[in-house]
Ligand binder design. Structure first.
Ligand SMILES: *[C@@H]1O[C@H](CO)[C@@H](O)[C@H](O)[C@H]1NC(C)=O
Ligand SMILES: *[C@@H]1O[C@H](CO)[C@@H](O)[C@H](O)[C@H]1NC(C)=O
Ligand SMILES: *[C@@H]1O[C@H](CO)[C@@H](O)[C@H](O)[C@H]1NC(C)=O
Ligand SMILES: *[C@@H]1O[C@H](CO)[C@@H](O)[C@H](O)[C@H]1NC(C)=O
Ligand SMILES: [Zn+2]
Length: 557
């Protein structure tokens, strides 16, 4: 090829390249223009459909659940919380009395020996009502009835003799029992102010349709459940015609719900609960409830949903649970309806035990920050937020944009920037010691657990090696002082926490809580300590292999 030919070649290539470039560029421009045009239009339409770019929730009832079962906070303490509730927009308290209600007559044994005093309780309720905070009593009437069914006098009303949680709806005595409970509770509350709402539980009826009496009725579980529900509703409306009856919704969920439409009416309002940071709420269930019931409520959790023995709520999970629910119901429309559906209320649940026979989980005073952050969130969402943001902001962004300033001021936090920062934040609010002491406990408890699980053979198999007399004296010394240190830590915690907790709870609750946190661990370390001490007396060791006849005979039958 000559030099000229080469130059020509280059020239052609350049011109092709330029043409190609121009073509690509113009296509890209058209493409981008159309893309933005449609996106823009789509977003605008979305805003148009809401009417404006800011949207709020109506949520007429904002209710805080006080789970009193077996761990009543002092009424004086609850009273001190009323202005806080009020300030953050709470207008109802769901009082789950369980064994804390002062029952009388035939029911006297249902009440715990440390149940509330009638006059003091009345005083508290009256104060709450006077502040515009409605009281909604919660009385279990089907499942979760251990406080009654565990007793000798009511044991024949269990659905299954082994399990005192579920009541048989087919025995005459059952209706008599719940009717008497309801009568006492309704009369007590009506003596202060007419009762607007009552909650009758009806969740987690683990044993249903098992006994002969029930089986003989030839009903499906859902039909049996619903019949009992109707009986309860009728009973309540005979006692108190204007009272609205709430139930937890879980027994109506899923396929069972499809049969709802065929049931006769029960004038109740379901509370759809979901405490997870990511909801699994079913639109189908909601639609079924919407067709069947006048109103639907929702329930979140500010404590008592992060493990049966949790000490402090998982702050971020609790916040995400609320954000998820509020986003879910924001602008919610049922299929074929043009109107946004108004969920009647939200119940912020705060479980104190997973069930009557379970240990105590998070204490109320340790969960106030979690409650308050979510109350602020509800207030903001009621006022209105930009809908795009409600959908797209993650919880940290939402926190920093809408909540951080108010929260940090309320709890005097210096460095809380993200939602999950609360554990490490420097917050100096009143009553923060109980939270801080629990953080301290969590820290050293985790160290103890790790040591027992991960550390060397002495702790892991001390019972065996001490029997065959084969323990390293040097490490034994070290472990001995580790035991001593941790026994001391446990007893210091015990002493300090007893003192802190006694501000909020009576002695029985303090005893139970502190012991449930320290007893097992103390006993375990004490066992190691005494074994090691014994072993350190050893002065001579045998030749190997060590005579070893140790066997275990375990009988699992
Ligand atoms: C309450 O329990 C006590 C002790 O078990 C028993 O003697 C008493 O009869 C019970 N009271 C009622 C009303 O059942
Ligand atoms: C409730 O409080 C009001 C206002 O303080 C008082 O007049 C009323 O007697 C109280 N009622 C009861 C039952 O304590
Ligand atoms: C339930 O079914 C059995 C057998 O099919 C029948 O004998 C009984 O009468 C039925 N009971 C009711 C209450 O319908
Ligand atoms: C082990 O068994 C042997 C013989 O069976 C017996 O003599 C010895 O005492 C046993 N040792 C222990 C530690 O039990
Ligand atoms: Zn039965």
């Amino acid at each position: 090829m000559t030099r000229r030919q080469i130059m020509r070649c280059f020239a052609i290539m350049r011109s092709i390249r330029i043409k190609f470039f121009v073509l690509t560029f113009s296509l890209l421009t058209i493409y981008l223009f159309l893309f933005y045009f449609f996106i823009e239009k789509w977003i605008n339409r979305k805003n148009d459909s809401v009417g404006q770019s800011s949207v709020g929730l109506s949520l007429k009832h904002v209710v805080v659940h006080l789970d009193l079962k077996g761990s009543p906070p002092k009424l004086k303490y609850l009273e001190s919380l009323l202005p806080v509730f009020k300030y953050y927009g709470v207008n109802g308290l769901l009082m789950e009395y369980e064994d804390m209600f002062p029952y009388e007559g035939d029911l006297v044994n249902i009440s715990s020996r440390n149940c509330y005093d009638k006059n003091e309780l009345k005083n508290f309720l009256n104060k709450s009502v006077n502040m515009g905070i409605e009281i909604i009593p919660l009385i279990q009437t089907f499942g979760h009835m251990e406080h009654a069914l565990k007793l000798q006098e009511f044991r024949q009303l269990r659905e299954s003799q082994k399990f005192p949680d579920s009541m048989c709806p087919s025995k005459a005595g059952s209706l008599q029992l719940v009717k008497e409970m309801l009568t006492q509770v309704i009369n007590f509350h009506a003596s202060i102010v007419p009762l607007n709402h009552i909650h009758i539980g009806c969740d987690e009826v683990y044993h249903i349709n098992k006994c002969d009496k029930c089986r003989h009725r030839n009903l499906t579980n859902i039909k049996l459940f619903y019949k009992h529900l109707q009986t309860l509703e009728t009973t309540i409306h005979e006692l108190s015609p204007r009272t609205t009856v709430l139930i937890w919704d879980d027994m109506l969920r899923g396929k069972k719900g499809l049969q709802l439409s065929s049931m006769d009416n029960a004038d109740v309002e379901p509370v759809y609960w979901d405490y997870k940071p990511r909801l699994t709420v079913s639109h189908t269930d909601l639609l079924n409830y919407h067709r069947k019931f006048k109103n639907i409520w929702i329930a979140t959790a500010y404590k008592g949903a992060d493990g049966r023995v949790a000490t402090t709520p998982n702050f971020k999970n609790r916040f995400n649970n609320h954000i998820a629910w509020l986003n879910f119901i924001l602008g919610y429309k049922f299929g074929g309806e043009s109107k946004v559906y108004d969920f009647k209320g939200i119940i912020l649940t705060g479980w104190s035990r997973y069930s009557h026979m379970d240990p105590l989980c998070e204490l109320l005073p340790a969960a106030i920050p979690s409650l308050v952050i979510n109350l602020i969130l509800i207030q903001k969402m009621k006022k209105g937020v930009v809908i795009n943001e409600a959908e797209t902001l993650d919880s940290d962004d939402f926190f920093s944009k809408y909540i951080q300033a108010e929260f940090n001021m309320r709890f005097k936090c210096r460095n809380m920037i993200y939602v999950d920062d609360f554990n490490s934040a420097v917050c100096n609010y009143e009553n923060s010691e109980i939270y801080n002491e629990l953080k301290n406990y969590n820290f050293f408890y985790k160290n103890i657990k790790d040591k027992f699980i991960n550390d060397n053979a002495i702790l892991a198999s001390i019972n065996y090696y001490s029997q065959i007399g084969n323990i390293n004296m040097n490490t034994a010394q070290i472990h001995l002082s580790w035991c001593k240190d941790n026994l001391k830590k446990l007893s210091n915690f015990e002493e300090k926490f007893r003192y802190l907790m006694s501000v909020y709870y009576e002695k029985d609750v303090v005893d139970e809580y502190v012991m449930s946190k320290t007893y097992d661990t103390t006993k375990k370390i004490w066992n190691v300590w005494t074994t090691l001490k014994q072993h350190l007396k050893t002065v001579k060791w045998d030749r190997r292999p060590i005579q070893n006849n140790i066997t275990m005979i375990l009988n699992y039958v």
